[in-house]
Write a protein that binds this ligand. Structure first.
Ligand code: CP
Ligand code: NVA
Length: 317
């Protein structure tokens, strides 16, 4: 009997989540509704294994507590398994091309999450991947974080459409993602950064400037905001600038006066890890308006909904 060549079906184009604007508003509405159901199942200790036998590969080129934990625990809770890779222990740290790594990793797994430096790296990986790729933070964006933040806002206050978010501090990956989210979900962002650290709309991947306004004074940015949020002054990869940044950002610390300017009903969020006494006072982050622990927990629930959506599409139940 002569050996027949095995015919391998061409894989269908896969959907990735590389930046916030990769999804439509309607898809986010689905994801938020799905998150609620998945979170309820988790809270009720209800076994839910739609991703049984599926494997998530997580590639970390930068440190992480929340992202690693929420993806790894989330995949296990959905019945699948997760494999952690980093640059130090793999050939990625020894110059194997990202394209080659993507070909191989995506033939041995069902979904990939990457935390890396330039957005271009994750885009090159995705272009060569047979399976969905999720951005777990790049220099430019952190879409899973804002997915969790907006879900948290909706849980506490309802729809974010038409609301105002005050961003105080560095125009970094988290800020850029808030700005993209404002365009997709139709809310406003008041941004206040020190001079020299302003938003770069092109780097942020914005379509326009309709959904954000810049303020020289952080107090003005906070006035009547529904949500005040900030992040570290020095992001991973910018450590060499730390000393300069400590001086430049000194007046961009979220404090009780800023929260008063926003109003009693305003929420405070921070993606964490936080530096009390730098970008936020202990009084604010540990105070009554802060929802940072719920925000962190919701990383788990939104990412479970995200993985389910990327792998199984829409679930009708
Ligand atoms: N917020 C966030 O992404 O935290 P980690 O860096 O701990 O993953
Ligand atoms: N902007 C921060 C977020 C950390 C979760 C960083 O990139 O280091």
């Amino acid at each position: 009997m002569s050996a027949q060549p095995i015919s391998i079906k061409q894989p269908a184009p896969v959907k990735h989540f590389l930046q916030f604007k990769d999804f439509t508003r309607e898809e986010f509405e689905y994801l938020f509704a799905r998150t609620r159901i998945i979170k309820q199942k988790f809270k009720a200790y209800q076994q839910y294994w739609p991703l049984q036998d599926r494997t998530l590969v997580m590639i970390f080129e930068k440190s992480s507590t929340r992202t690693r934990l929420s993806f790894e625990a989330g995949m296990q809770q959905l019945g699948g398994s997760a494999i952690y890779l980093n640059t130090r222990d793999t050939q990625l740290g020894r110059g194997e091309p990202v394209e080659d790594a993507a070909q191989v990793i995506s033939r041995m797994s069902d979904i990939v999450m990457i935390r890396t430096f330039e957005q271009g790296i994750i885009e090159r990986f995705a272009a060569n991947s047979r399976v969905p790729v999720i951005n777990g933070l790049t220099n430019e964006y952190h879409p899973c974080q804002i997915l969790a933040d907006i879900y948290t806002y909706i849980e506490k206050r309802g729809s974010i459409q038409g609301k105002t978010v005050a961003w105080i501090g560095d125009s970094n990956n988290v800020c850029n993602t808030w700005l993209q989210a404002a365009e997709v979900l139709d809310f406003n962002v008041h941004v206040s950064t020190p001079p020299g650290y302003e938003v770069e709309p092109e780097r942020a991947g914005l379509y326009g400037t309709d959904h954000f306004e810049s303020f020289a004074d952080p107090m003005d940015a906070c006035r009547d905001a529904h949500l005040v949020t900030t992040d570290v002054w020095t992001s991973m990869g910018w450590e060499a600038e730390n000393e300069v940044r400590l001086k430049d950002f000194a007046d961009w610390q979220v404090d009780s006066d800023m929260m008063r300017a926003a109003g009693n009903d305003a929420l405070f969020m921070h993606c964490l890890p936080a530096h009390r006494g730098e970008e936020v006072t202990a009084e604010v982050i540990d105070g009554a308006q802060s929802v940072v622990w719920d925000e962190a927990e919701n990383r788990l629930h939104v990412q479970k909904a995200l993985m389910e959506f990327l792998l199984l599409g829409r679930i009708e139940t």
